[in-house]
Write a protein that binds this ligand. Structure first.
Ligand code: KIV
Ligand code: ZN
Length: 388
């Protein structure tokens, strides 16, 4: 098994399914172009049967994407599959992703179908999708809550029918890292033809473990990760692409895998998706949050000024951020304040510096955000008072 990980981005499909995140055609095209530049391997561009707008978006994206495979989602029915096939037909590289639920609770209540019928539909749907493309992904929806023997039986049938990627989604974000690693390992060991397909993890974040679970699935043998920019997605979202990528890059000693992602574009992609989906990125979000490379406490700022490795495990430039942000606030120390004055062009003597520093601390106790202008004003007052 090689160590290349296929990055399957579903921002435009699962991400867009977040309530309130819908995007216009123009916005989707912008996102697709950035994803292609970023180097994702597969762009799941939408769910063509869902609406004429979705069909058109997938079809237009299929025409403009240059490098990535363009994928359309379809349920296990011929109308869905043919609509997806039509939508992706202009893409250089095209995939149909077809799925059906396999867990007891979904089969009984959602599908109201017996397992034998679900099994038949797995074969029918993959066979039909293969009429459109050789690149077919099959997903066992709610896979992590599916009975193990039935899951293996469906996976084997999907591969025999021609599926080249097998996805075992954690649809409701229920699994844990140890459990999902073990699940992938056992399925791959048990299914006799498992070497004919790439196994894929698609993890939701209901318990905040989507990224950890995706990486654990890779340890279990998965070689595709399905993720979204900013972790956008249904309910608590999907595994965040930028977190998956930077975990692999930063901890390559533990996750010795390769991806083709240009990490310097991560921040740009994050800002674009946040703008078009109107979902703000939380300040303390890993990798792309406003505070991800910001330090306010005096102890941390002092450490950072001596050596950035004291409090940063990644370089901000590697994810497309200009640099570290030493934020001036009530926790800042003399060292950072001195550096800020140097940056602003002030060179104060010891007494003037101490006075300015005291005034800065008084101000910081009263004001939440201290801007460069605040510091300039208090130093100018200080210098003015001294010369009066
Ligand atoms: O979460 C899920 O199970 C899905 C499938 C359609 C793959 O999004
Ligand atoms: Zn999903």
């Amino acid at each position: 098994m090689n160590n290349d990980i296929v990055i399957f981005d579903t921002t435009l499909r699962d991400g867009e399914q977040s309530p309130g995140a819908s995007m216009t055609l123009e916005e989707k095209l912008q996102v697709a172009k950035v994803l292609d530049e970023l180097g994702v391997d597969v762009i799941e561009a939408g769910f063509p049967i869902a609406s004429n707008g979705d069909f058109e978006a997938v079809s237009e994206i299929a025409k403009v994407v240059k490098n990535a495979t363009v994928c359309g989602l379809a349920r296990a029915g011929s109308k869905d599959i043919d609509r997806a096939g039509e939508a992706i037909k202009h893409a250089e590289k095209r995939r149909i992703h077809t799925f059906i639920s396999t867990s007891p609770v979904h089969m009984k209540y959602k599908l109201q179908m017996e397992p034998d019928r679900v099994y038949e539909k797995v074969i029918e749907s993959v066979t039909r999708a293969r009429n459109w493309t050789d690149d077919v992904e099959w997903s066992a929806e709610d896979g992590t809550r599916t009975e193990f023997d039935f899951l293996c039986k469906c996976v084997e049938a999907a591969i025999n029918a021609g599926a080249t990627t097998i996805n075992i989604p954690d649809t409701v974000g229920y699994t844990t890292p140890l459990e999902i690693a073990d699940l992938f390992k056992r399925v791959i060991e048990t299914v006799p033809n498992s070497d004919k397909a790439i196994f894929s993890a698609h993890c939701h974040n209901d318990l905040g473990m989507a990224v950890a679970n995706s990486l654990a699935a890779v340890r279990g043998g998965a070689r595709q990760i399905e993720c979204t920019i900013n972790g956008l997605g249904e309910r608590a979202g999907n595994a965040a692409l930028e977190e998956v990528i930077m975990a692999i890059r930063t901890r390559n000693d533990v996750f010795a895998y390769n991806t083709g992602i240009n990490t310097k574009l991560l921040t740009r992609a994050s800002k674009l998706v946040s703008a078009v989906s109107a979902f703000p990125v939380q300040y303390n979000k890993a990798i792309v949050g406003k505070n991800a490379f910001a330090h306010e406490s005096g102890i941390h700022q002092d450490g950072m000024l001596k050596n950035a490795e004291t409090y940063e495990i990644m370089k901000p430039e590697d994810v497309g951020v200009g640099g570290t942000d030493l934020v001036m606030g009530k926790h800042s120390g003399r060292h950072a304040f001195k550096q800020k004055l140097d940056q602003l062009g002030y060179n104060l003597g010891e007494n003037a510096f101490q006075d300015a520093f005291n005034r800065f601390k008084d101000l910081a106790d009263k004001k939440k955000n201290i801007f460069d202008e605040d510091i300039e004003a208090l130093v100018d007052d200080e210098v003015g008072a001294a010369s009066d």
